[in-house]
Design a protein around this ligand. Sequence first.
Ligand SMILES: Nc1nc2c(ncn2[C@@H]2O[C@H](COP(=O)(O)OP(=O)(O)O)[C@@H](OP(=O)(O)OP(=O)(O)O)[C@H]2O)c(=O)[nH]1
Ligand SMILES: [Mn+2]
Length: 186
Amino acid sequence: MGSEAAGMGSEVARLLEAVDFAARKHKEQRRMDPEGTPYINHPIAVARILAHEAGVTDLVVLQAALLHDTVEDTATTFAELEERFGAAVRRVVEEVTDDKRLPKAERKRLQIERAPACSRRAKLVKLADKLHNLRDLNRCTPQGWSEERVQEYFRWAARVVSGLRGTSAALEEALQRLFEERGVPT
Ligand SMILES: Nc1nc2c(ncn2[C@@H]2O[C@H](COP(=O)(O)OP(=O)(O)O)[C@@H](OP(=O)(O)OP(=O)(O)O)[C@H]2O)c(=O)[nH]1
Ligand SMILES: [Mn+2]
């Protein structure tokens, strides 16, 4: 049953459906920070950045932000997302999902290569995802990460973000400041 057939007419109700779905899917997962923050804090923060800092009101983008790591990091399928949230949300999540069957270096390379051809909706989610992950790295270092690994994540993120330009001035400026603070070329 799709969202209309389910009778979830209001946008607020549909947004909460996505928060609840993501929270249940990520319930066993923790971030890599020393406190072991619940993983769901990250997708919620990404959606919040989009609403609060980029002024996004497009429900598809906000739902996709909440759901953006469910397929990559939990047993969720794209078919399940389409069934519950519709084809548009499914498509955005597909665009931001890495194929975990590929070696890590290849996944990282493909993000740089594919960023420019992403839809505007996917670019917004990717910008907010990187912005939150970089702020999190400034807040504390993930367990097992060296300072060099943190710096390498900043360098790689700058290359992905360079392919996402012209999407949200507010997010791009916030990211630019973080790269400058680290002396990372953009
Ligand atoms: N900064 C930070 N990141 C954490 C933490 N815990 C989990 N992560 C996740 O780790 C991923 C980045 O770590 P990597 O080692 O580069 O990525 P990998 O998971 O693909 O191997 C991000 O995945 P992602 O959201 O899918 O984004 P992406 O970086 O893969 O595009 C991020 O959300 C944390 O405490 N701090
Ligand atoms: Mn993410």
